[in-house]
Design a protein around this ligand. Structure first.
Ligand code: TPP
Ligand code: DXP
Ligand code: MG
Length: 629
């Protein structure tokens, strides 16, 4: 029962509450999050960790006049509950429902959208400078997790802040977790501060002090904690060195302390950072015990935290098992992830080859350069980075890997529609952004067994390669014990035909087979081709069917512009073929979040969609066939 929460229609309602009522509100929000996300799925762990932080932010600051910028913004559910979306919160990440991240078009309180990590500090600085230039007085508050500071862009911003603005507030939400435990020197640095004995004592005393002395004590605690932290790590506080005044660490669940501290920070005429120590998954024991699992997941049992055990291996698992096999036979094979060991399933590889597993943090550009360096020494790096996150590393792929023709393999999980995460996470652009890179081969398997073959082919290939594969499961093909090497640039003809040729790339093979059936039902002779390569496209195969057939149809889980269909069109044009080509893929727009099948139907990435798009050409061919009978 959410007695107070149901009265919150805007942050103004939060400001009316006493600290006691705010504490009750926090409890109600936790219960709502646990129960609601159990049904929808989502980032429950991160959001349970920022309940008090977000309440205190909305109590002290004043959106939309003040601007909040959340890094990744996967932890913005509490913010959404407090900014007029309590009644629709049950639709989060659901078709037509609330987005799982902040979205400028969703609310005036969402001053900046996100989904990818490391963007908050830079965007907040841009807002602060714009405010300064316009003579504004509003507050700009960036909330960034500890793992956001493993990202290079965050440090590009830190380097710039003190030189550019007089006022900006950074909240470092330190729960010591990324998706897995946070990694690297910065994580260790924050850990040292957070576990400093003086701070821990202070933290224990804080509750009592605040109770006895109210607000003033809060400042005392914050200052003493700051002294402790600075005492521990000297004046060389990393933030102080960047000209940003450091405060904390303080208990990120102590509402009174947070409110007092935010009110104090509001008065500061300098860039400040508050180091808040929080607990990911707080208030839900399964999420506390399973912080990695409950970072982000599908529906779960709100009592036990149990989730449905998937019946079939995902592409990610096949990837990890295959990589383990390749590494068993080749000690130069190494695996690199950018803070996504579970999403990429490299968690399954790590126990077999712990010394050949590298998690570099949320640092995709660095991951690619790190791989390039290893490749110059004869290693075979498999860089497992989601298609969407690899967008970050385009220059490193061109300038460092391809230009030097280094044998780095890019394993792009979530290649294609991602689903519930929406437009920030759909992997719909990697063919476009990679096929122009000289020397790089780009593969897209039609099933799990072919993924293994492509990984083996990539390992043997003396140059850069990229393999994209979708989120979730495939057609459950049997994976051979020993993968085979594919001929680079050679398509596979699954069925011959002479009227229409269907080129179904990767995960679209299922719809390709259905399309063949629909065309054959029209009395047509239909070829079915598994392209395998988006670069190089098999020009010979295109010419063979371009000369023989009256129509070529391409299907891809990728944007049309610059995708596989575009590449095939170029081969048609170069070979002066007259055959019409109908391309089926995502249109030139960002695709909303939703269920994969629903969205494919809505946007015509189905056999029926292809038939309707090709109806004119198909009708003409059918007519011609009838005329000669
Ligand atoms: C560029 C990029 N790489 C990877 C991810 C996947 N990702 C989402 S949240 C997250 C961990 C964030 O950790 P932190 O910033 O500490 O926030 P917390 O979840 O702990 O609140 C990662 C790696 C991403 N969103 N963007
Ligand atoms: C917030 C974030 O970027 C990750 O948690 C992402 O949502 C994971 O995506 P998958 O669920 O597809 O692994
Ligand atoms: Mg964290």
């Amino acid at each position: 029962m959410s007695r107070i929460l149901e009265t919150i229609n805007s942050p103004a309602d939060v400001k009316k509450l006493s600290v006691a009522e705010l504490t009750m509100l926090a409890a109600e929000i936790r219960e709502r999050l646990i129960q609601s996300v159990a049904k929808t799925g989502g980032h429950i762990g991160p959001n349970l960790g920022v309940v008090e932080l977000t309440i205190a932010m909305h109590y002290v600051f004043d959106t939309p006049t003040d601007s909040f910028v959340f890094d990744v913004s996967h932890q913005a559910y509490v913010h959404k509950l407090l900014t007029g979306r309590e009644k629709t919160f049950h639709t989060i990440r659901q078709p037509e429902g609330l987005n799982g991240f902040m979205l400028r078009t969703e609310s005036e309180h969402d001053s900046y959208g996100a989904g990818h990590a490391g963007t908050a500090l830079s965007a907040a600085l841009g807002m602060a400078v714009a405010r300064d230039m316009s003579g504004g007085s509003e507050h700009i508050v960036a909330l960034a997790g500890d793992a956001a500071f493993t990202n290079g862009i965050s440090f590009e911003a830190l380097n710039n802040i003190a030189a550019q603005t007089k006022r900006m507030i950074i909240i470092l939400n330190d729960n010591e977790w990324s998706i897995d435990k946070n990694v690297g020197a910065i994580a260790e640095y924050f850990h040292k501060i957070a576990t400093n004995s003086t701070y821990v004592t202070l933290h224990d005393k804080a509750a009592g002090l605040v109770e006895r002395f109210g607000g003033k004590a809060a400042l005392h605690v914050a200052k003493r904690a700051e002294e402790a932290a600075k005492g521990l790590v000297g004046r060389g506080m990393i933030f102080e060195e960047f000209g940003i005044s450091y405060f904390g660490p303080i208990d990120g669940h102590n509402l009174q302390l947070l409110i007092e501290t935010f009110q104090f920070l509001k008065q500061q005429n300098k860039p400040v950072v508050l180091h808040a120590i929080t607990q990911k998954g707080r208030g839900f024991q399964p999420a506390i015990e399973g912080q990695k699992k409950f970072h982000g997941l599908g529906p779960y049992d709100p009592e036990t935290g149990e989730t449905k055990v998937p019946g079939q291996k995902t592409y990610s698992e096949i990837f990890a098992e295959t990589l383990t096999k390749l590494a068993n036979g080749n000690d130069k094979v190494v695996a690199i992830t950018a803070a996504m060991p579970n999403g990429t399933a490299l968690d399954l590889f790590r126990p077999h080859h712990p010394k050949r597993y590298f998690d570099v943090g949320i640092a995709e550009e660095h991951a690619v350069l790190f791989a390039a360096g290893m490749a110059t020494k004869g290693y075979r790096p498999f860089c497992a980075i989601y298609s969407t996150f690899l967008q970050r590393s385009f220059d490193q792929i061109v300038h460092d890997v391809a230009l030097q023709n280094l044998p780095v393999v890019f394993c792009m999980d979530r290649g294609g529609l991602s689903g519930d995460d929406g437009p920030t996470h759909h992997g719909l652009f990697d063919i476009s952004y990679l096929r122009g890179v000289p020397g790089l081969i780009h593969m897209d398997p039609m099933d799990e067994d072919e993924l293994a073959d492509m990984m083996y082919t990539a390992m043997l290939h003396d140059g850069p390669s990229a393999i994209r594969y979708p989120r979730g499961t495939g057609p459950a093909s049997v994976v051979k014990d020993q993968p085979v090497a594919l001929e680079i640039g050679k398509a596979e003809v699954l069925q011959d035909g002479s009227d229409v040729a269907v080129f179904a790339l990767g995960a679209m093979m299922g719809e390709g087979r259905r399309l063949v059936g629909l065309l054959e039902a029209q009395g047509l002779s239909v070829a079915l081709v598994n392209p395998r390569f988006a670069k190089p496209v098999d020009a010979e195969c295109v010419a063979l069917y371009g000369r023989r057939c009256g129509l070529l149809i391409t299907l891809e889980d990728h944007v049309l512009d610059g995708g596989f269909g575009s590449a095939l069109l170029e081969r048609v044009n170069e070979q002066e073929l007259a055959v019409p080509v109908v391309r089926v893929g995502w249109p030139d727009q960002f695709i909303e979040h939703g269920k994969q099948d629903d969205l494919r139907k809505k946007y015509g990435l189905t056999a029926e969609g292809a038939m309707s798009k090709a109806a004119g050409f198909v009708g003409k061919i059918v007519g011609e066939r009838l005329a000669v009978q």
